[in-house]
Ligand binder design. Structure first.
Ligand SMILES: Nc1ncnc2c1ncn2[C@@H]1O[C@H](COP(=O)(O)OP(=O)(O)O)[C@@H](O)[C@H]1O
Ligand SMILES: [Mg+2]
Length: 260
């Protein structure tokens, strides 16, 4: 079941810096939701508040109505949350396949003792994950790279590896932080197709941070625009693109006056 995500009055402060100020919005189950805004607007910080990497100073983050702000990332994974990072941190010496499998061990049946002695049940589950990981790589156009060390791939392709890693967890809520940054145009098309397939085949809610407005317009049902840690507007991608406040936030007040 796809998850509902609700932010209610989420604020985040570091020392004197107000990174997020009373941000509220709801992502309905099954939606593909865009989070856009200029660099430094607070998009990654907001993701960190959802994924348990930051604890909001105030406000609530709820998944299916359960408050989860301040919970640890591992706990949130059990709620069905998976994410990718703006700066992927792969194990560069390990193969792409091993990188996709990282984290899967926490999903094996039994507990650490059983994993350590590697019962037949552990081995069967590991084999299932390998097959699924290879299938995900195939579906994301990365099968050719499965057995290469990760450091032989471009930065852009590392994002695809991270996406496969996140999908292996069968998330109900997936957060993607700038998945298209650094990707050549053809790969962006691949990514759009992959997210569309996700929506068609899986019961999943997706939130995407992205500067590529083509991707946002092609994929999202709804967007929230953040600027200086505040919610500037919420609506469709088309509404955001024609909103003078958004144009102003992106290219400065003078340019917005020129448009008006
Ligand atoms: N751990 C932190 N400590 C201090 N400031 C932070 C921290 N994380 C983020 N910030 C600040 O929060 C602001 C928003 O950053 P970020 O969330 O990365 O924006 P975006 O992803 O929209 O570009 C920036 O001014 C950044 O310096
Ligand atoms: Mg960011």
């Amino acid at each position: 079941m796809a998850a509902e995500l609700a932010m209610q009055g989420v604020s985040l402060r570091f020392g004197g810096i107000e990174v997020l100020q009373e941000v509220s919005f709801t992502v309905e189950p099954g939606q593909i939701f865009g989070l856009v805004g200029p660099n430094g607007a607070g998009k990654t910080s907001l993701f960190n508040c959802i994924s348990g990497h930051y604890k909001p100073t105030a406000g609530t983050v709820s998944i299916d109505g359960t408050p989860v702000q301040g919970a640890r990332p591992a706990t949130l994974a059990r709620h069905g949350l998976a994410r990718t990072f703006q700066q992927p941190a792969l194990q560069l010496q390990e193969t792409v396949l091993e990188n996709v499998l990282l984290g899967a061990h926490t999903q094996l049946p039994g507990g650490p003792l059983e994993w350590a002695v590697r019962t037949r049940r552990t081995k069967r589950a590991e084999e299932r994950f390998r097959v699924e990981a290879l299938d995900l790589l195939e579906r994301n156009g990365l099968a050719w790279a499965a057995h290469l060390p990760a450091d032989e791939l471009s930065h852009g392709l590392h994002k695809g590896v991270e996406l496969c890693r996140a999908l292996l967890m069968k998330p109900r809520l997936l957060l993607l932080d700038e998945p298209a940054a650094g990707l050549p145009h053809a790969e962006v098309e691949h990514l759009i197709a992959a997210v569309r397939r996700l929506r068609a085949e899986d019961d999943i809610t997706v939130v995407i941070v992205e500067h590529n407005m083509g991707l946002i317009a092609a994929l999202t049902d709804r967007v929230v625009v953040l600027d200086h840690g505040r919610k500037l507007m919420e609506g469709t991608a088309a509404e955001a693109q024609s909103d003078p406040r958004v144009i102003e936030a992106y290219i400065g007040k003078d340019a917005a006056d020129d448009v008006a």
